[in-house]
Design a protein around this ligand. Structure first.
Ligand code: DX5
Ligand code: ZN
Length: 215
C-alpha cells in the first residue's frame, strides 16, 4: 500500500485551511511541508509558526522536509510546532548521526533526503536510525518541475538497501499518477505530489489515481 503526501507548497497560500481540508477529506495520508531557507535551496517558503497554526486545523501526519543548512538549529521549533516527522538533507548536515538522534529523542520520526546527484551509498551508515528516506526526483527548491526519469534506478537501489527494514521510501518532485506508477514499480511507498494535486480542478480524483498507482 502506498501513502499519499500532498505537498502544501503548491496550495493556495491565501486559503490553506480550505486546501488542507480538501486533501484530508480526499483521504491523503500525510501532509508534506517544504521548508526552504534561501541558502540550501535558492527559494524561501514558510516557517515553524505557520506549521504551528496548521497543526490546529488537521490531524494528518505532518511530514516536514527541511531544505535548510544546519537543520539542527531549526528542527526543534518544527517539532514543537507539531511535526510528526523531520527529514533533513544529507548534503546540509555536518553531523548527521547526532541530528538524527536528536530528532528521535524528541519523539518524532526521522528521515534523510538526498538530492538527485547524491549517491544512495551515503545512506548506509544511518539505516538503523531512520524511519524515512526521501529521494528527490527533481533538484530541490521549487514545485512544478519535471520528474527526472534517470533517477528510477536510484529508487530501486534504495529499496534494495532498505531491504526488510521498516523504513519508508518517499519520492518527491514531479510526481503525478503516471510518474508515481513508475516509482512504485521501483519500490517507492510514499508519494509526495504538489502541483499534480493542488493545481488540479479535482484534487480528490488525483489522490485516488495516485493511490491506484500502488495497486
Ligand atoms: C521541491 C519540494 C517538493 C515540491 C514538489 O523542492 O521538495 O516537495 O513541493 O512539487 P511538485 O509535486 O509540484 O513537483
Ligand atoms: Zn519536499
Amino acid at each position: 500500500m502506498v501513502l499519499i503526501a500532498p505537498s502544501l507548497l503548491a496550495a493556495d497560500f491565501g486559503h490553506l485551511a480550505a486546501d488542507i481540508k480538501t486533501v484530508e477529506t480526499a483521504g491523503a495520508d500525510w501532509l508534506h511541508l517544504d521548508i526552504m531557507d534561501g541558502h540550501f535551496v535558492p527559494n524561501l517558503s514558510f516557517g515553524a509558526d505557520v506549521v504551528r497554526q496548521l497543526r490546529l486545523l488537521s490531524k494528518l501526519f505532518f511530514d516536514v522536509h527541511l531544505m535548510v543548512e544546519e537543520p539542527e538549529k531549526f528542527m526543534t521549533q518544527f517539532i514543537d510546532g507539531g511535526a510528526d516527522q523531520i527529514t533533513v538533507h544529507y548534503e546540509a548536515c555536518h553531523n548527521l548521526d547526532t541530528v538524527l538522534k536528536n530528532i528521535k529523542t524528541q519523539g518524532v520520526c526521522a528521515g534523510i533526503s538526498i538530492k538527485p546527484d547524491t549517491p544512495v551509498c551515503v545512506l548506509e551508515p544511518f539505516l538503523d536510525s531512520l524511519d524515512n528516506i526521501l529521494i528527490m526526483t527533481v533538484e530541490p527548491g521549487f514545485g512544478g518541475q519535471k520528474f527526472m526519469s534517470r533517477l528510477l534506478p536510484k529508487i530501486k537501489e534504495t529499496a534494495k538497501l532498505i531491504g526488510n527494514r521498516p523504513i519508508h521510501l518517499e519520492v518527491d518532485g514531479g510526481i503525478n499518477p503516471e510518474t508515481a506508477k513508475l516509482c512504485v514499480e521501483q519500490g517507492a511507498n510514499v508519494l509526495v505530489a504538489g502541483s499534480a494535486v493542488f493545481k488540479s480542478d479535482n484534487p480528490a480524483e488525483v489522490i485516488r489515481l495516485l493511490r491506484q498507482s500502488g495497486e
